[in-house]
Design a protein around this ligand. Structure first.
Ligand SMILES: O=C(O)CCC(=O)C(=O)O
Ligand SMILES: [Fe+2]
Length: 285
């Protein structure tokens, strides 16, 4: 993989952000953007325990996709307070994924602001993500191909991004939003996944208080190097091709995939995983 370091700035004006990153659809890390937010000094594991300790949280690990799992169905549940104790004490695969802040911990809304970067952010959808040492998300892009601002707290997190232009080298699983689940993007076996040698992407490590701009529809893989959590704010896709893909994914792809799981069961999943390899290797000939 050819991974460039994501550029970093301390702060940025709206105008520079739009011209240098949003318009050309390039990622950037802003290191000191949220130092004025209450969240910058308040948000840590003890505070999360205080605010949401009693909540039961859905947990995900890195098990392979099973046809019996519904879309985004959790693998385990725990009280938030127990989950935070767990990730502080030992490495774990368990992550919290897409936890709706407004629904689950609305008082956290007082601690941050919706930044004005020249386009509208979806106000109802601030999402939280937690992970322990060595947990990671699969390489995926979001169903609505949104622009994402990803704010990180507490720990250190590795982020690897690819634009949609690299799909042909990424062993993308058809009728889904993920790459082949056996690839370890932190250290891929290029003998087994030769097409990845051609994929051009980006990498960075996020620390407490930093925000990563992920351009619309970009693939993202996140690995928690140490326990931490993040908040994502989203802005709707502007490129018309991305918007068409988003509408297709939300209104068709999801239902088609669920229907095929019901009809063909594990064969459907196995077929898709095989196709991911076949289609990508075809590119190499
Ligand atoms: O950081 C994570 O665990 C995943 C973040 C993510 O997928 C997102 O913000 O869309
Ligand atoms: Fe995502």
């Amino acid at each position: 993989m050819q991974l460039k370091d994501i550029p970093r700035v301390k702060t940025i004006s709206k105008e520079d952000f739009i011209n240098n990153y949003y318009k050309p659809q390039q990622p950037v890390v802003i290191e000191k953007f949220i130092t004025e937010w209450p969240a910058y000094s308040k948000w840590d594991f003890d505070y999360m325990k205080k605010v949401a300790g009693d909540k039961t949280v859905p947990l995900y690990d890195d098990r392979p996709v099973d046809y019996k799992d519904g879309f985004n169905e959790p693998h385990a549940k725990m009280k938030m307070t127990d989950y935070i104790d767990l990730i502080r004490q030992q490495p774990t695969k368990y992550r919290i994924f897409l936890w709706n802040l407004i629904k689950e911990a609305p008082q956290l809304q007082k601690d941050f602001f919706y930044p004005d970067f020249g386009f509208r952010l979806m106000k109802g959808l601030p999402m939280l993500f937690f992970g322990g040492t060595d947990s990671h998300t699969f390489m995926h892009y979001d169903i609505d191909l949104a622009n994402i601002f990803h704010f990180h707290f507490e720990g250190k997190k590795e982020c690897i991004l690819f634009p949609q232009s690299e799909n042909k080298y990424l062993y993308k699983v058809p009728h889904s939003l993920i790459t082949h689940e056996s690839i370890n993007f932190s250290n891929p076996d290029l003998g087994e996944w030769p097409a990845l040698k051609h994929a051009k992407g980006f990498r960075t490590h996020l620390n407490h208080g930093e925000v990563l701009y992920i351009p619309e529809g970009f693939w993202h893989y996140m690995k928690y190097i140490t326990p931490g959590f993040s908040m994502s704010l989203r802005g709707i896709a502007h490129n018309s091709r991305n918007l068409v893909k988003a509408v297709y994914n939300v209104f068709f792809m999801r239902f088609f995939d669920n229907l095929m799981r019901r009809i063909r069961g594990q064969h459907w999943i196995d077929w898709k995983n095989n196709e991911a390899i076949k289609r990508t290797n075809r590119m190499l000939r």
